[in-house]
Design a protein around this ligand. Structure first.
Ligand SMILES: [Zn+2]
Length: 119
């Protein structure tokens, strides 16, 4: 368990920035102290598997205090059901184009599935 004060220090604040090579808009910052450049697209489970097979790291994205923060999707976070509603993104690799909700566009931002069947 990470103490709150330490979590605040290492929280992965990020911002939008274009990739210097391909000009794609990325989320750039750190993910618990590690530098990260990710595509701001929420991935489904199949896309997450493809990203891992391609050697890309996965991260959770969380809105906190009006800003986006990145956290690595570690084994214990995969097993934590309270994080299932957070979007998962992958490291950026030039040329990759993920289909999914753009986290930088509020009209397509990821919305968690309802707890109950909607019909
Ligand atoms: Zn790029």
């Amino acid at each position: 368990m990470i103490p709150g004060w330490l979590r605040q220090k290492i929280a992965g604040k990020c911002h939008a920035e274009p990739c210097p090579r391909c000009r794609a808009v990325l989320l750039v910052g750190d993910s618990e102290g590690w530098p990260a450049k990710v595509d701001p697209v929420a991935l489904d489970v199949g896309q997450q598997i493809l990203a891992r097979l391609a050697g890309l790291n996965l991260h959770h994205v969380e809105h906190r205090d009006g800003r986006l923060e990145l956290f690595p999707r570690t084994a214990w976070r995969v097993a934590d059901p309270t994080l299932d509603t957070l979007p998962v993104v992958a490291d950026h690799r030039c040329g990759n184009r993920w289909q999914g909700a753009d986290l930088l566009n509020p009209t397509t931002r990821h919305h968690p599935l309802p707890d109950r069947c909607p019909f």
